[in-house]
Design a protein around this ligand. Structure first.
Ligand code: SF4
Length: 89
């Protein structure tokens, strides 16, 4: 399933993505963007606009794992979930 992540070491905290797509982005305590929702990523034009509009290319939409219980946020599994050992809470 499609997932989204912010490359925090690239983000300059300009706020463009937060303005364009507040459903998916907000500022972290460090003043950079963070992903706040993994829902409604697939085919989302607003999210794509935020991604395309990032001046430093810090937003990536990628094929994440299919595990709905995946605990990564944002998902870092990139195809193969590494959260299988995590017990349900
Ligand atoms: S648009 Fe890019 S640089 Fe600006 S806050 Fe969002 S992720 Fe960071």
């Amino acid at each position: 399933m499609k997932k989204v992540k912010v490359l925090e070491d690239k983000c300059i905290g300009c706020g463009a993505c937060v303005a364009v797509d507040p459903e998916h982005f907000d500022f972290s305590d460090a003043g950079v963007s963070k992903v706040i929702s993994e829902q409604n990523v697939e085919g989302n034009a607003t999210l794509q606009e935020a991604c395309d509009g990032c001046p430093v290319g810090a937003i990536e939409i990628f094929d994440g794992c299919e595990n709905e219980k995946c605990t990564c946020n944002p998902c870092k599994c990139e195809g193969e979930c590494k959260c299988n050992d995590v017990e349900e809470k």
